[in-house]
Design a protein around this ligand. Structure first.
Ligand code: CP
Length: 309
């Protein structure tokens, strides 16, 4: 299959969904579709470093797969707090200064919001935010939006129900920022108060005139939903077990809720899931979460190519 030449460089770093306006989103998605996972050598000789201070399956391995499919090479460390010189007390800034001497692009996952921006400030090479604590996960949001367009054939006018951990859930925060640019989009946030979507996101939606509802029950909103975006309650972000227990709420998706969901709607989840979607839902054609995760490879190929073009 012939792949069109790469676009000129449009990005210096990928730190936040705020960087992606409509025209850049269209460029990323068009490029992802045109690459289509085809392997070639266009990033031959380039090196990507993955630096992960928090665990990951999808983000790290799909970035690595994307780079290898483009002919590039991969170096890196998972569990960076234990397996790199961070354990000796090295700062994030010093680590990034060194890694940016060894690689052409750095993919960073960290447990603190703002870490990717700190890294970008001292890096000689592009930094990609692969999740910064409860802050943002912009590349996940890109693949999520790409999935919505692929599955429904549109983004404008969609009704999206977010549920689960919306307070610490960086994927939901980043996706809301992207969706808020599209006319006619409506959103519902279904979560117990303790993990409801942040005031900063609500203020942005108010400012942009995007309609949204807060709810604590899925039953009221599922019959009108085009997308249910389920998320995991992130036990690791709660210091207090009692607060974690309050956060669990009642937003599990199973046969009863699927019976209320319209036939052409979809269920998404950034994964990993624990028990918030019954495995019995997996065989339903509306369960889009594994297709969604697979889209991570082509979207990340497009991003790497844009950053390294
Ligand atoms: N969706 C996501 O970020 O998954 P991982 O934690 O496995 O990378």
């Amino acid at each position: 299959m012939q792949v069109a030449p790469p676009p000129s460089r449009l990005l210096d770093h990928v730190l936040s969904s705020h960087q992606f306006g409509r025209s850049l989103l269209e460029a990323v998605f068009a490029r992802a579709r045109s690459l289509g996972g085809v392997r070639d050598r266009r990033l031959s000789g380039r090196i990507m470093a993955t630096l992960f201070y928090e665990p990951s399956t999808r983000t790290r391995l799909s970035f690595e797969s994307a780079m290898l499919r483009l002919g590039g090479a991969v170096i890196g460390t998972e569990a960076a707090r234990e397996f790199s010189s961070v354990i000796k007390g090295e700062t994030l800034e010093d680590t990034i200064r060194m890694v940016s001497a060894y690689a052409d692009v750095i993919v960073l996952r960290h447990d603190q919001a703002g870490a990717a921006a700190r890294a970008a400030a001292v890096s000689d090479v592009p930094v990609i935010n692969a999740g910064d604590g409860p802050g943002e996960h912009p590349t996940q949001a890109l693949l999520d939006l790409f999935t919505i367009e692929n599955e429904l054939g549109r983004i404008e006018g969609v009704d999206v129900v977010f549920c689960g951990d919306l307070r610490y859930g960086r994927t939901a925060r980043s996706l809301v920022l992207l969706l808020s640019q599209f006319p006619g989009v409506r959103m519902s946030f279904v979560a117990p108060d303790v993990v409801q979507i942040g005031a900063d996101i609500r203020a942005l939606l108010d400012e942009r005139g995007v309609p949204y509802r807060l709810n604590d029950s899925l039953h009221a909103v599922v019959p009108e939903a085009d997308v249910i975006y389920q998320t995991r309650i992130q036990k690791e972000r709660f210091g207090d077990p009692a607060e974690f227990a309050r956060a669990r709420g009642d937003t599990r998706i199973g046969a009863e809720l699927m019976a209320m969901l319209p036939a052409r709607s979809i269920v998404m989840h950034p994964l990993p899931r624990v028990d918030e979607i019954d495995p019995g839902v997996d065989d339903d054609p509306r369960a889009a979460y594994f297709r969604q995760a697979r889209n991570g490879v082509v979207v990340r190929m497009a991003l790497l190519e844009m950053l390294l073009a």
